[in-house]
Write a protein that binds this ligand. Structure first.
Ligand SMILES: Nc1nc2c(ncn2[C@@H]2O[C@H](COP(=O)(O)OP(=O)(O)OP(=O)(O)O)[C@@H](O)[C@H]2O)c(=O)[nH]1
Ligand SMILES: [Mg+2]
Ligand SMILES: [Zn+2]
Length: 310
Protein backbone atom coordinates (compact mmCIF):
# COMPACT_ATOMS: atom_id res chain seq x y z
CA UNK A 1 0.00 0.00 0.00
CA UNK A 2 1.20 3.44 -0.92
CA UNK A 3 0.55 6.56 1.13
CA UNK A 4 1.31 10.26 0.86
CA UNK A 5 -0.04 13.80 1.03
CA UNK A 6 -2.30 15.23 -1.64
CA UNK A 7 -4.55 18.27 -2.11
CA UNK A 8 -8.33 18.02 -1.98
CA UNK A 9 -9.64 19.55 -5.22
CA UNK A 10 -13.34 18.70 -4.99
CA UNK A 11 -15.77 17.35 -2.40
CA UNK A 12 -18.90 15.53 -3.48
CA UNK A 13 -20.97 13.73 -0.87
CA UNK A 14 -18.99 10.83 0.53
CA UNK A 15 -16.11 11.30 -1.86
CA UNK A 16 -13.28 13.77 -2.14
CA UNK A 17 -11.15 14.11 -5.25
CA UNK A 18 -7.51 14.35 -4.19
CA UNK A 19 -4.70 15.46 -6.47
CA UNK A 20 -1.75 13.21 -5.67
CA UNK A 21 1.43 12.96 -7.76
CA UNK A 22 -0.39 14.40 -10.74
CA UNK A 23 -3.26 11.92 -10.48
CA UNK A 24 -6.78 12.71 -9.41
CA UNK A 25 -7.97 10.04 -6.99
CA UNK A 26 -11.48 9.71 -5.60
CA UNK A 27 -11.14 8.97 -1.91
CA UNK A 28 -13.50 8.11 0.91
CA UNK A 29 -12.95 9.15 4.51
CA UNK A 30 -11.61 6.62 6.96
CA UNK A 31 -14.50 5.39 9.15
CA UNK A 32 -13.16 6.94 12.32
CA UNK A 33 -13.13 10.41 10.70
CA UNK A 34 -16.71 9.98 9.51
CA UNK A 35 -17.84 9.17 13.05
CA UNK A 36 -16.04 12.20 14.47
CA UNK A 37 -17.87 14.42 12.03
CA UNK A 38 -20.85 15.02 14.34
CA UNK A 39 -18.59 16.34 17.08
CA UNK A 40 -16.70 18.75 14.85
CA UNK A 41 -17.34 22.49 14.68
CA UNK A 42 -17.47 22.23 10.91
CA UNK A 43 -20.34 20.89 8.88
CA UNK A 44 -17.92 18.89 6.75
CA UNK A 45 -14.56 17.53 7.88
CA UNK A 46 -13.00 17.92 4.43
CA UNK A 47 -12.77 21.11 2.36
CA UNK A 48 -11.26 21.99 -0.99
CA UNK A 49 -7.68 23.11 -0.47
CA UNK A 50 -7.08 20.75 2.45
CA UNK A 51 -3.88 18.76 2.55
CA UNK A 52 -4.89 15.15 3.07
CA UNK A 53 -2.90 12.07 3.94
CA UNK A 54 -4.20 9.33 1.71
CA UNK A 55 -3.65 5.61 1.47
CA UNK A 56 -3.85 4.00 -1.93
CA UNK A 57 -4.99 0.40 -2.34
CA UNK A 58 -3.59 -1.88 -5.02
CA UNK A 59 -6.96 -1.64 -6.80
CA UNK A 60 -6.57 2.14 -7.13
CA UNK A 61 -8.99 2.99 -4.33
CA UNK A 62 -8.07 5.80 -1.96
CA UNK A 63 -8.80 6.47 1.69
CA UNK A 64 -8.24 9.76 3.53
CA UNK A 65 -6.73 8.98 6.92
CA UNK A 66 -5.93 12.49 8.07
CA UNK A 67 -6.51 16.15 7.24
CA UNK A 68 -3.43 18.23 8.06
CA UNK A 69 -3.97 21.41 10.10
CA UNK A 70 -5.32 24.28 8.00
CA UNK A 71 -3.23 27.41 7.52
CA UNK A 72 -6.49 29.34 7.16
CA UNK A 73 -9.99 28.79 5.89
CA UNK A 74 -12.83 30.77 4.42
CA UNK A 75 -16.30 29.87 5.60
CA UNK A 76 -19.80 31.10 5.87
CA UNK A 77 -22.37 30.28 8.49
CA UNK A 78 -24.45 27.32 7.53
CA UNK A 79 -28.12 28.14 7.10
CA UNK A 80 -30.29 27.02 9.98
CA UNK A 81 -27.38 25.66 11.98
CA UNK A 82 -25.90 28.77 13.49
CA UNK A 83 -23.04 27.12 15.29
CA UNK A 84 -21.66 25.00 12.47
CA UNK A 85 -19.28 26.55 10.01
CA UNK A 86 -19.47 25.73 6.35
CA UNK A 87 -15.91 25.84 5.10
CA UNK A 88 -15.79 26.83 1.44
CA UNK A 89 -12.04 26.32 1.01
CA UNK A 90 -8.82 26.28 3.01
CA UNK A 91 -5.11 27.11 2.74
CA UNK A 92 -5.68 30.19 0.62
CA UNK A 93 -3.30 32.96 -0.42
CA UNK A 94 -5.99 35.33 -1.63
CA UNK A 95 -9.73 35.87 -1.90
CA UNK A 96 -10.81 37.30 -5.24
CA UNK A 97 -14.20 38.94 -4.79
CA UNK A 98 -15.78 39.08 -8.20
CA UNK A 99 -18.48 41.52 -9.23
CA UNK A 100 -19.76 42.64 -12.61
CA UNK A 101 -20.78 45.98 -14.06
CA UNK A 102 -24.09 44.59 -15.27
CA UNK A 103 -26.28 41.50 -14.85
CA UNK A 104 -25.82 41.64 -11.91
CA UNK A 105 -24.88 45.22 -11.04
CA UNK A 106 -22.13 45.85 -8.46
CA UNK A 107 -22.98 45.61 -4.78
CA UNK A 108 -20.04 47.04 -2.89
CA UNK A 109 -21.63 46.47 0.52
CA UNK A 110 -21.50 42.77 -0.21
CA UNK A 111 -17.82 43.19 -1.11
CA UNK A 112 -17.26 44.87 2.25
CA UNK A 113 -18.92 42.01 4.15
CA UNK A 114 -16.73 39.49 2.36
CA UNK A 115 -13.65 41.64 3.03
CA UNK A 116 -14.40 41.74 6.74
CA UNK A 117 -14.57 37.95 6.83
CA UNK A 118 -11.33 37.69 4.82
CA UNK A 119 -9.66 40.28 7.05
CA UNK A 120 -10.61 38.29 10.10
CA UNK A 121 -8.89 35.26 8.57
CA UNK A 122 -5.93 37.46 7.56
CA UNK A 123 -6.36 36.51 3.91
CA UNK A 124 -5.60 39.30 1.40
CA UNK A 125 -8.41 40.43 -0.88
CA UNK A 126 -8.50 41.42 -4.52
CA UNK A 127 -11.65 43.00 -5.92
CA UNK A 128 -12.25 42.12 -9.56
CA UNK A 129 -15.03 43.85 -11.45
CA UNK A 130 -15.88 41.95 -14.62
CA UNK A 131 -17.89 42.78 -17.78
CA UNK A 132 -15.98 46.00 -18.32
CA UNK A 133 -17.31 45.91 -21.87
CA UNK A 134 -20.72 46.77 -20.36
CA UNK A 135 -19.41 49.60 -18.14
CA UNK A 136 -19.79 53.29 -18.71
CA UNK A 137 -16.94 55.56 -17.66
CA UNK A 138 -18.84 56.70 -14.58
CA UNK A 139 -19.40 53.11 -13.45
CA UNK A 140 -15.65 52.56 -13.21
CA UNK A 141 -15.20 55.92 -11.48
CA UNK A 142 -17.91 55.07 -8.94
CA UNK A 143 -16.05 51.96 -7.78
CA UNK A 144 -12.76 53.85 -7.54
CA UNK A 145 -14.41 56.63 -5.58
CA UNK A 146 -16.02 54.22 -3.13
CA UNK A 147 -12.60 52.76 -2.32
CA UNK A 148 -10.79 56.09 -2.41
CA UNK A 149 -7.96 55.88 0.17
CA UNK A 150 -8.80 52.24 0.97
CA UNK A 151 -5.75 50.04 0.46
CA UNK A 152 -7.61 47.46 -1.63
CA UNK A 153 -6.40 46.13 -4.98
CA UNK A 154 -8.96 46.43 -7.75
CA UNK A 155 -8.87 44.88 -11.22
CA UNK A 156 -11.30 45.86 -13.95
CA UNK A 157 -11.60 43.09 -16.52
CA UNK A 158 -13.71 41.69 -19.29
CA UNK A 159 -13.73 37.94 -19.73
CA UNK A 160 -15.50 38.55 -23.02
CA UNK A 161 -12.99 40.89 -24.68
CA UNK A 162 -9.93 39.92 -22.64
CA UNK A 163 -9.36 43.46 -21.45
CA UNK A 164 -7.37 43.64 -18.19
CA UNK A 165 -6.82 39.89 -18.10
CA UNK A 166 -3.02 39.97 -18.35
CA UNK A 167 -2.73 42.23 -15.35
CA UNK A 168 -5.25 40.14 -13.46
CA UNK A 169 -3.29 36.99 -14.28
CA UNK A 170 -0.15 38.53 -12.79
CA UNK A 171 -2.04 39.44 -9.65
CA UNK A 172 -3.03 35.86 -8.93
CA UNK A 173 0.04 34.07 -10.29
CA UNK A 174 1.56 31.32 -8.22
CA UNK A 175 -0.77 31.20 -5.22
CA UNK A 176 -4.11 29.70 -4.30
CA UNK A 177 -7.01 32.06 -5.01
CA UNK A 178 -10.65 31.64 -4.05
CA UNK A 179 -13.16 33.14 -6.51
CA UNK A 180 -16.35 34.26 -4.78
CA UNK A 181 -19.31 36.35 -5.87
CA UNK A 182 -22.93 36.26 -6.98
CA UNK A 183 -24.06 33.83 -9.64
CA UNK A 184 -23.69 35.28 -13.13
CA UNK A 185 -20.83 37.73 -12.48
CA UNK A 186 -18.56 35.59 -14.67
CA UNK A 187 -16.31 33.68 -12.25
CA UNK A 188 -16.12 30.66 -14.51
CA UNK A 189 -15.89 32.80 -17.66
CA UNK A 190 -12.78 34.47 -16.22
CA UNK A 191 -11.24 31.07 -15.55
CA UNK A 192 -11.99 29.93 -19.09
CA UNK A 193 -10.40 33.11 -20.45
CA UNK A 194 -7.28 32.60 -18.31
CA UNK A 195 -6.97 28.92 -19.26
CA UNK A 196 -8.80 28.26 -22.51
CA UNK A 197 -8.04 24.54 -22.30
CA UNK A 198 -10.32 24.12 -19.29
CA UNK A 199 -13.56 24.65 -21.16
CA UNK A 200 -15.67 24.83 -17.99
CA UNK A 201 -19.40 25.22 -18.18
CA UNK A 202 -20.69 28.80 -18.08
CA UNK A 203 -24.21 30.17 -18.37
CA UNK A 204 -25.65 30.51 -21.86
CA UNK A 205 -26.54 34.05 -22.88
CA UNK A 206 -30.23 33.24 -22.59
CA UNK A 207 -29.77 31.82 -19.09
CA UNK A 208 -27.75 34.67 -17.71
CA UNK A 209 -30.69 36.94 -16.90
CA UNK A 210 -32.54 34.29 -14.89
CA UNK A 211 -31.97 35.16 -11.26
CA UNK A 212 -30.64 32.62 -8.82
CA UNK A 213 -29.50 30.15 -11.44
CA UNK A 214 -26.31 28.45 -10.53
CA UNK A 215 -24.24 27.24 -13.42
CA UNK A 216 -21.30 26.08 -11.32
CA UNK A 217 -22.61 23.61 -8.76
CA UNK A 218 -19.49 22.43 -6.92
CA UNK A 219 -16.52 24.06 -5.29
CA UNK A 220 -13.56 22.97 -7.36
CA UNK A 221 -9.86 23.77 -7.44
CA UNK A 222 -8.12 24.11 -10.77
CA UNK A 223 -4.33 23.69 -11.03
CA UNK A 224 -2.51 25.40 -13.87
CA UNK A 225 0.90 24.41 -15.19
CA UNK A 226 2.58 27.49 -13.65
CA UNK A 227 1.51 26.50 -10.13
CA UNK A 228 -1.42 28.91 -9.91
CA UNK A 229 -4.42 27.39 -8.17
CA UNK A 230 -7.93 28.76 -8.42
CA UNK A 231 -10.98 27.64 -6.51
CA UNK A 232 -14.17 28.23 -8.50
CA UNK A 233 -17.38 28.29 -6.45
CA UNK A 234 -21.13 28.34 -7.08
CA UNK A 235 -22.68 31.78 -6.75
CA UNK A 236 -22.86 33.03 -3.20
CA UNK A 237 -26.02 34.92 -2.35
CA UNK A 238 -26.05 35.42 1.38
CA UNK A 239 -23.20 35.74 3.71
CA UNK A 240 -23.18 35.82 7.49
CA UNK A 241 -20.49 37.36 9.66
CA UNK A 242 -20.92 35.10 12.68
CA UNK A 243 -18.10 35.14 15.17
CA UNK A 244 -16.84 38.66 14.49
CA UNK A 245 -16.91 41.05 17.44
CA UNK A 246 -18.51 44.44 16.70
CA UNK A 247 -15.50 46.15 18.35
CA UNK A 248 -13.25 44.68 15.68
CA UNK A 249 -15.32 45.61 12.63
CA UNK A 250 -13.49 48.90 12.10
CA UNK A 251 -10.14 47.10 11.94
CA UNK A 252 -11.13 45.60 8.61
CA UNK A 253 -11.94 48.98 7.05
CA UNK A 254 -8.27 49.65 6.74
CA UNK A 255 -8.37 53.27 5.60
CA UNK A 256 -10.19 54.17 8.86
CA UNK A 257 -6.99 53.55 10.75
CA UNK A 258 -4.49 54.84 8.26
CA UNK A 259 -5.41 58.47 7.81
CA UNK A 260 -5.02 61.46 10.03
CA UNK A 261 -5.30 61.75 13.77
CA UNK A 262 -6.75 59.49 16.41
CA UNK A 263 -10.33 59.29 17.65
CA UNK A 264 -10.85 60.84 21.09
CA UNK A 265 -12.46 57.66 22.41
CA UNK A 266 -10.61 54.38 22.35
CA UNK A 267 -11.92 52.00 21.36
CA UNK A 268 -14.18 54.05 19.12
CA UNK A 269 -17.00 52.46 17.15
CA UNK A 270 -17.11 55.57 14.90
CA UNK A 271 -20.89 55.84 15.12
CA UNK A 272 -21.92 57.98 18.11
CA UNK A 273 -18.68 59.05 19.85
CA UNK A 274 -17.71 62.75 19.81
CA UNK A 275 -14.47 63.89 18.17
CA UNK A 276 -14.25 60.82 15.92
CA UNK A 277 -11.58 61.09 13.21
CA UNK A 278 -13.45 58.69 10.92
CA UNK A 279 -16.57 60.85 10.95
CA UNK A 280 -14.50 63.96 10.30
CA UNK A 281 -12.78 62.24 7.37
CA UNK A 282 -16.21 61.43 5.95
CA UNK A 283 -17.14 65.10 6.33
CA UNK A 284 -13.92 66.13 4.59
CA UNK A 285 -14.62 63.71 1.74
CA UNK A 286 -11.55 61.61 2.38
CA UNK A 287 -13.65 58.54 3.18
CA UNK A 288 -16.55 57.83 0.85
CA UNK A 289 -19.85 58.28 2.67
CA UNK A 290 -21.36 55.13 1.16
CA UNK A 291 -18.41 53.12 2.40
CA UNK A 292 -18.94 54.58 5.88
CA UNK A 293 -22.63 53.67 5.75
CA UNK A 294 -21.63 50.16 4.72
CA UNK A 295 -19.44 49.99 7.84
CA UNK A 296 -22.34 51.17 10.04
CA UNK A 297 -24.57 48.47 8.54
CA UNK A 298 -22.05 45.80 9.39
CA UNK A 299 -21.57 47.21 12.88
CA UNK A 300 -25.32 47.14 13.56
CA UNK A 301 -25.80 43.65 12.20
CA UNK A 302 -22.94 42.36 14.37
CA UNK A 303 -24.45 44.04 17.45
CA UNK A 304 -27.82 42.47 16.69
CA UNK A 305 -26.19 39.06 16.25
CA UNK A 306 -24.58 39.41 19.65
CA UNK A 307 -27.87 40.32 21.30
CA UNK A 308 -29.54 37.29 19.81
CA UNK A 309 -26.82 35.05 21.18
CA UNK A 310 -27.44 35.96 24.82
N1 LIG B 1 -20.79 41.09 -21.58
C1 LIG B 1 -20.08 40.23 -20.85
N2 LIG B 1 -20.64 39.07 -20.44
C2 LIG B 1 -19.90 38.22 -19.69
C3 LIG B 1 -18.54 38.51 -19.36
N3 LIG B 1 -18.07 37.48 -18.60
C4 LIG B 1 -19.09 36.60 -18.49
N4 LIG B 1 -20.19 37.02 -19.14
C5 LIG B 1 -21.50 36.33 -19.25
O1 LIG B 1 -22.08 36.25 -17.96
C6 LIG B 1 -22.83 35.04 -17.84
C7 LIG B 1 -22.46 34.31 -16.56
O2 LIG B 1 -21.14 33.83 -16.64
P1 LIG B 1 -20.59 32.63 -15.75
O3 LIG B 1 -19.13 32.56 -15.99
O4 LIG B 1 -21.36 31.39 -15.92
O5 LIG B 1 -20.87 33.21 -14.27
P2 LIG B 1 -20.50 32.55 -12.85
O6 LIG B 1 -20.10 33.68 -11.96
O7 LIG B 1 -19.53 31.45 -13.02
O8 LIG B 1 -21.93 32.00 -12.35
P3 LIG B 1 -22.25 30.73 -11.38
O9 LIG B 1 -21.44 29.59 -11.83
O10 LIG B 1 -23.71 30.53 -11.52
O11 LIG B 1 -21.88 31.20 -9.99
C8 LIG B 1 -22.57 34.26 -19.13
O12 LIG B 1 -23.67 34.43 -20.00
C9 LIG B 1 -21.31 34.88 -19.68
O13 LIG B 1 -21.24 34.79 -21.08
C10 LIG B 1 -17.97 39.75 -19.83
O14 LIG B 1 -16.81 40.09 -19.59
N5 LIG B 1 -18.78 40.56 -20.55
MG1 LIG C 1 -19.57 29.46 -12.54
ZN1 LIG D 1 -14.02 57.04 15.73
Amino acid sequence: MKSGIGTVVKVFGMYSAVLFEGMRINCVLRGRMRREKGASAFSDPVAVGDLARIELGADGSGVISEILPRRNSFSRREKGRARKEDVIASNLDRIVIIQSFDSPRPNLRFVDRLSVRAGRERIPVLLCVNKRDLARKEDVAAVMEYYDNAPIDIAFVSARTGRGMEEFKNFIAGGASLFVGYSGVGKTSILNRLYPGLDLRVAEISESTGKGRHTTTNVEMIHSADGTRIVDTPGLREFGLAGIEPERAGDYFHEFGELGRECAFRPCSHDHEPDCRVKSMVDEGRICEDRYISYLNILHSLRNDRQRRY
